[in-house]
Design a protein. Structure first.
Length: 377
């Protein structure tokens, strides 16, 4: 089996999967259950000066089946007082395996009060700083750094738009060791079309989306961070649901993989099952360890758009004659001659004066009868 051991912030974990701050990390019992299930590390619920009082309900599965393994939520931070975490929950984690990260938010004032006592327990390995605004994260990191020498992860969110990367740079200058990227995306809203009532979210009630739907966004952020800040630790978080997702996130530079929605919707058995699948994937592709794929996609990412016209290859013996390449072409640039599927008589005709080389025809060809002749380049 391929070696999945991962070193993050000076701690070697048996697994790259870290339980992200969320419902499953509600107290010490939840954290221990995640460790026993196979998590390499865990992150506490976010500690604040005031405990959270959550609306009910505050977790909703999207109605659309297209949003695979995605979740909407209005859940807030820890609903246990931070003092209880310091006095009871964190001490109960003594002797924990892997990495234990305490999440602290959301303001510099709160970080200044909470970080010192959390660090003084001598039990946590690192602190994650969580802020809801780009203007607050730098000050929060600075306040926490003044209280402890522990490694600090600044949690970043795509909701900050173009200010995300300046905020990341500011957090590093303020004392952050690395990043968690990304937080949930939102606000979101879902309506029950039978009643017209919101199932979650609404004006003045912000709901957030996590899980499979946000992974492409999370991966883009992780790749950008890895390119801008070489060598900085990044916990790639957002939509890692299956082994292939973990491979992708690692290939764009993630140092470890934060997970929440996967084990939440599929049970804690998710850790062992996905660990085995990831190891098997690496074995099957000739990799001895997960480290062998870390960051290997980064040199393929192009800073300049490629506008070279595509060429196409057609294998008639693979073609099932579904005609999707013809029907779905937005520019009516494809024709098909011949009627019998998987026949050498089938011919693809490309009307080059109409084709914009968008690539949709290749994307929709499930039997891979139609492929690129010059991609990747």
């Amino acid at each position: 089996m391929a070696d999945l051991s991962t070193t993050l912030l000076g701690t070697t974990m048996p697994s790259p999967f870290i339980l992200a701050s969320g419902p499953l990390s509600y107290d010490a019992t939840g954290l221990w259950e995640a460790y026993r299930a196979g998590a390499g590390g865990v992150v506490t619920k976010t500690l604040r000066l005031e405990r959270a009082i959550n609306p009910t309900p505050h977790m909703v599965v999207p109605r659309s089946s297209n949003l695979r393994a995605t979740l909407f939520n209005t859940e807030k931070w820890a609903d246990l007082p931070w003092e209880q975490w310091v006095a009871r929950e964190l001490p109960a984690m003594r002797g924990h395996p892997g990495l234990l990260i305490a999440s602290i938010g959301h303001t510099p004032a709160e970080g200044a009060v909470i970080a010192g006592p959390v660090a003084a327990t001598g039990i946590v390995d690192a602190i994650e700083c969580v802020a809801y605004t780009k203007d607050t994260i730098v000050g929060l990191v600075r306040a926490v750094r003044q209280q402890t020498d522990l490694p600090i992860l600044a949690k970043l969110t795509f909701n900050w738009g173009d200010d995300l990367y300046p905020a990341a740079e500011g957090a590093l200058k303020a004392g952050a060791t690395g990043f968690t990227a990304i937080d949930s995306i939102g606000p979101t809203l879902q309506i029950d079309i039978e009643t017209g009532e919101p199932t979650i979210g609404g004006v003045g009630s912000k709901a957030w989306m996590s899980g499979a739907a946000i992974r492409p966004v999370a991966q883009a952020v992780v790749a950008e961070l890895a390119a801008r800040f070489p060598g900085v630790f990044i916990v790639g978080t957002g939509g890692v649901i299956q082994a292939e997702d973990a491979v992708e996130m690692t290939m764009v530079g993630a140092s470890a993989l934060g997970v929440c929605t996967g084990p939440l919707l599929r049970g804690l058995e998710w850790f062992e099952r996905t660990h085995k699948s990831l190891s098997a994937w690496l074995d099957g592709h000739g990799y001895a360890r997960l480290d062998d794929v870390r960051g290997i996609a980064l040199h393929h990412l192009r800073a300049v758009e490629d506008t070279t016209p595509l060429t196409f290859a057609f294998e008639p013996l693979k073609c099932t004659k579904c005609d999707l390449c013809v029907v779905l072409c937005p520019y009516d640039a494809r024709l098909m001659e011949g009627e019998k599927p998987k026949s050498p008589d089938l011919k693809q005709i490309l009307l080059e004066d109409r084709c914009r080389y968008c690539g949709l025809c290749v994307e929709v060809c499930k039997p891979e009868a139609l492929t690129y002749g010059n991609w990747p380049r």
